[in-house]
Design a protein around this ligand. Structure first.
Ligand code: PDD
Length: 284
């Protein structure tokens, strides 16, 4: 498939898309983003991604973005790329102006959409599960905004990879587990699934919300309640959710096996149920 970009409404090959050095997204990380996935000709959960994009824009007071146009351009870029499965990235910055913390004139937001093939890194690990490490929660207090300021996430993920793990999980000083560097976290204890509640502490993951709904549909007991470090380490099953990972079992935490180190039955049931929804295009 082609790698396609749409920059401020103009379609071009991804390799030719250029952003100004005065773009506030580049200078300050003054921007928000979305990552969506397309399966076999359809952008999965597009309405939900656009709604979260709208929330993020409102949260950082970027105005003047036509989200219907963004939707149209996402679909058009995906069609032009000509693939089946693809990753669709959207970034909206406050715009371009000489570097100054407060912009001196009204700005026109920069809207970038890119479409690339999906590298399903997690696919190989789906059967065996992945290992994770625990890292201190050092991020700001509005983790619900999908901001491109991802330095703590990047450093945490790099540390995980350097230690042979797939993901890093942020844990607060007082022992509460929030989420991973690019995924939400669930535990299963005595057949009950638990994930931390949405709020400023974590990103309201699209996959997270779909999995919460799927668990309820499947009749699996599901609670959105805080998860302590102790509960995480004592869990029968642990899994991650994200656009890229879908539902991904965790086999070890800081080198210690989760239960017997196998991906557990509830995780497998939710993996299958989520996949069935994807196959059916059931993202409402
Ligand atoms: N990351 N938490 C964080 C901090 C994330 O960055 C992500 C997604 C998630 C899962 O959200 P969703 O289910 O909507 O993908 C949770 C994206 C994929 C990324 O940054 O590439």
């Amino acid at each position: 498939m082609e790698e396609v970009a749409c920059l401020n409404g103009r379609f071009l090959p991804l390799s030719e898309a250029c952003i100004s050095v005065n773009d506030r997204g580049f200078l300050f990380g003054d921007s928000i983003y979305e990552v969506a996935r397309a399966y076999r000709g359809r952008i999965w959960a597009l309405d939900r991604h656009l709604e979260r994009l709208r929330r993020s824009l409102t949260a950082i007071a970027i105005t003047g973005v036509d989200l219907d146009q963004v939707r149209e351009n996402m679909v058009e870029a995906y069609l032009r790329a000509g693939g089946d499965d693809a990753l669709i990235y959207v970034q909206i910055t406050r715009g371009v102006a000489p570097r100054s913390h407060v912009p001196h004139q009204p700005l026109v937001p920069t809207v970038l959409i890119t479409v690339r093939p999906v590298e399903d890194l997690a696919g190989r690990s789906r059967e065996a599960g992945v290992s994770v490490i625990l890292v201190p929660e050092v991020r700001w207090q509005r983790r619900d905004i999908k901001s491109t300021n991802l330095l703590p996430n990047i450093l945490a993920k790099q540390e995980a990879h350097a230690r042979g793990a797939y993901e890093a999980i942020f844990v607060t000083d007082d022992g509460w587990v929030n989420e991973g560097s690019s995924a939400n976290l669930f535990i299963v204890q005595a057949g009950v699934v638990r994930t931390p509640p949405n709020g400023p502490s974590l990103l309201p993951g699209i996959t997270r919300d779909l999995v919460v709904e799927t668990a309820r549909r499947e009749g699996i007991p599901m609670e959105e309640l805080p998860v302590s470090r102790e509960a995480l380490l004592a869990a029968d099953e642990v899994f991650l959710t994200s656009t890229m990972s879908e539902v991904l079992g965790v086999s070890a935490i800081d080198g210690q096996l989760v239960a017997d180190g196998q991906v557990g039955p509830v995780t497998r049931q939710l993996q299958a149920a989520y996949r069935a929804r994807v196959e059916a295009g059931d993202d409402a």
